[in-house]
Design a protein around this ligand. Sequence first.
Ligand code: MRU
Length: 309
Amino acid sequence: MKTLEWENNKLKLIDQRKLPDELEYVYCSNYQEVIAAIKNMTVRGAPAIGVSAAFGMALADIGGVDLNKAADEIKAARPTAKNLFWAVDRVLDSENPLHESLKIYDEDMKINRAIGKYGREIIDDGDTILTHCNAGALACVDYGTALGVIRAANDEGKNINVICDETRPRGQGARLSVWEMQQENIPVKLICDVASGYLMSQGMIDKVVIGADRVAKGGIVNKIGSFMVALAAKRFDIPFYVAAPYSTFDMDININDTVIEERDPDEVIHYGSCRICPKGTEVINPAFDIVPNDLITGIITEKGIIDPL
Ligand code: MRU
């Protein structure tokens, strides 16, 4: 199963807003529909956003749209994941937008398997691994980065238990990562975001592996809550790994200069369709946070495991 596919000159996306209850697809036949799908999180996760953005450029080209204009609009869809900007620029600089998008698509699948191959070395038989958000197949074309490491270790016969943070407010851990692990028959348990420190204090977590939306000088950016998980892991000497392809790397900036997306207050005010706070409550809803290098054990890339930049 692929998170996204190019089919009959359309971009076919799993509608991730409907998972885990319904497996439905959305078809984008022009670049504006791709922008909408990225904004409303039909497709999400840094690599999947990047590949979708590349196909958005291909659709703009097919539709005879000025590619510089399309590039600017697509880049404005979400601000944080480096992959979006990387993919749009790569297609813009190419001779043939569709050909380049298909190349980016193919590369994503190979890169994730390479990350898995290197990453599985840090996993021991019997490990319980905590992950935050969804850095799985659903965040990429398939396989995943952080969950790809877990898949690869599982495939070589290691017994692994996975703990997923629920990942408020959008529930990517609960809805998507738990679902993916269940599909693979990898033992998985769900915890509230606030529970990970306690589990670590009780010796119930051996390693943390998460993805990233941007890797830069001084640290990484990932889903809100990653920083607190990293702090707790440091307190209990638990290895904290980040799995990310080089398309997520931004060598030019300091990590503190990353634009952190602020999302709709409604995501926090409501739990599903139920309002959980008084009417009129003011909200702060950053979608990502920064994990500084001193809390990171290593970054698992498609070329090997490296020290933080
Ligand atoms: O807001 P999202 O769901 O796009 O955020 C996704 C994450 O934070 C992932 O952990 C990150 O993109 C890595 S995906 C391989």
